[in-house]
Design a protein around this ligand. Structure first.
Ligand SMILES: [Zn+2]
Length: 461
């Protein structure tokens, strides 16, 4: 028998929107259609609501629970739910609380991540492991992770834990052979290191010089090189947090040739610009992220690419930094300030407000870039669409509501939001995870630790 019917909402898929009921049984979508019978089952009235698949945020740096801060993973997972995200993928790079041993070995890092997150999450989640130059056996360990349901890996071309081009090529070769995918942070380390040295030598220590030292040509060159290495390995490659038109041109050129190159951008690159680095340091430091915010023409190019191809999806790059800790003033020189800003809770609202409500993308395209495509690219075959047989991970979104984004109303473990005070359109009313409520009428239900680790497997068609 049907457990639950969501009645009278507008179901949105990546293809179309239509008035329909959604019937749920055993945590899965059993039927989608007009006026479904509902005898004996619970009902949620959804008149006026958009019924969206829960967002899938494939780029987060949530923190593992520690003795001093036992609740951070849970609180950020609940913040995801408040924002309409029902699955997130976390990285376990150094700085997220992984132990030194877990940082040195991919297998140990995965086992530790799984052990420390049991019973902690409000929504479903998975791991994308981080390859670093400090891991002696990383390439040899890749197949074991892929078999264990962790088929996606982030590698850096910049920072002191970056991979050499030789290691990147080797990792790409293994992922191509074994059914994995490499996610690459593309910036030219030689260029960035040189420019950082130059700014510091000139006595330029403030946050705005972080942006000066990370020009878009450094990102574009590394994007081009990552694509070339993937070609040599006969591998697909995924470009993380693409921020500028120059890097985008590299992705578009590769895709025009039919190469399997995928790319994401982030809400901050779609919304904010480098003009914000002219602000006083207390504000500029909240936008100290890598790559940095770019020009307004870059921002517009990213929206065009989301609408017309060139970019696949939007992910938050959530880093739960705090003004009271990682970004405290007086700050050290810009090169020693933590890179990152929070976004796990604001992903859907920002993309709806700045994308759908402005007409930059359609609501169906929004569902594509926030749910359906991330599910497809990251091996979450039971998620990402309001479709028979999929997990009933659903968001009832009220497109009529108007408000502002304010830290005081957020639940994440940061103490700021880079979107403070910005108008926002639409709000998340209800969130279901596998058919069970996590958020009801905008508030968390009492039992919010039902999220499970999802073992993923990539299949490309
Ligand atoms: Zn990141």
């Amino acid at each position: 028998m049907t457990d639950l019917v969501i009645r009278g909402g507008t179901v949105v898929t990546s293809e179309r929107s239509f008035r329909a009921d959604v019937a749920i049984t055993d945590g899965r979508i059993e039927a989608v259609g007009p006026d479904l019978p509902r005898a004996g089952s619970r009902t949620i009235e959804a008149g006026g609501m958009l019924v969206l698949p829960g967002c899938i945020d494939v780029h987060t740096h949530t923190r593992l629970p520690t003795e001093i801060e036992p609740d951070r993973f849970h609180r950020d997972s609940l913040a995801a739910a408040y924002g309409g995200t029902t699955t997130f993928l976390a990285f376990n790079n150094p700085g997220t609380g992984i132990s030194p041993a877990g940082g040195r070995s991919l297998v140990a890092g995965m086992e530790e991540f799984r052990a420390r997150t049991v019973g902690e999450s409000a929504v479903d989640f998975g791991l994308s492991a981080v390859l670093s130059g400090d891991q002696p056996d990383s390439i040899a360990e890749l197949p074991r992770l892929i078999e264990a349901g962790v088929p996606t890996f982030k590698a850096f071309m910049v920072y002191d834990f970056r991979l050499t081009d030789e290691l990147l090529l080797a990792a790409l070769r293994v992922t191509a052979q074994r059914g994995g995918m490499l996610q690459v942070h593309c910036e030219n380390a030689t260029v960035v290191d040189e420019l950082v040295r130059r700014e510091l030598a000139a006595g330029h220590l403030a946050s705005r010089y972080h942006a000066v030292s990370r020009p878009s040509y450094a990102e574009a060159e590394a994007t081009h090189r990552a694509i070339a290495l993937a070609r040599a390995a006969d591998a697909s490659v995924y470009i993380v947090h693409l921020s500028c038109a120059d890097a985008l041109a590299e992705v578009i050129a590769a895709r025009a040739r039919g190469w399997p190159v995928y790319a994401e951008t982030c809400p901050h690159y779609l919304t904010l610009t480098d003009a914000l680095y002219e602000a006083p340091e207390a504000e500029a430091i909240t936008r100290l992220i890598s790559p940095p915010l770019r020009s307004d023409s870059d921002r517009k190019a990213l929206w065009l690419a989301l609408a017309h191809g060139g970019l696949d999806l939007v992910a938050s790059d959530h880093v739960p930094d705090r003004l009271a800790v990682e970004k405290r003033l007086p700050a050290p020189a810009f090169d020693r300030i933590s890179n990152g800003a929070p976004g796990i809770e604001t992903l859907l609202r920002v993309v709806y407000t700045e994308g759908v409500a402005t007409g930059a993308i359609s609501v169906e395209q929004m569902v594509g870039v926030l749910a359906t495509t991330p599910a497809h690219l990251f091996g979450l075959s039971s998620k990402g669409a309001v479709e028979i047989g999929r997990d009933a991970d659903l968001v009832l979104f009220d497109p009529r509501s108007r408000g502002r984004i304010e830290q005081a109303q957020l639940h994440h473990t940061s103490d700021f939001t880079p979107y403070e005070g910005r108008p926002s359109i639409g709000s998340v009313r209800d969130v279901l995870l596998r058919g069970e409520p996590v958020i009801r009428n905008g508030a968390a239900v009492p039992t919010t630790r039902r999220g499970v680790f999802v073992e993923r497997s990539l299949s490309r068609s």
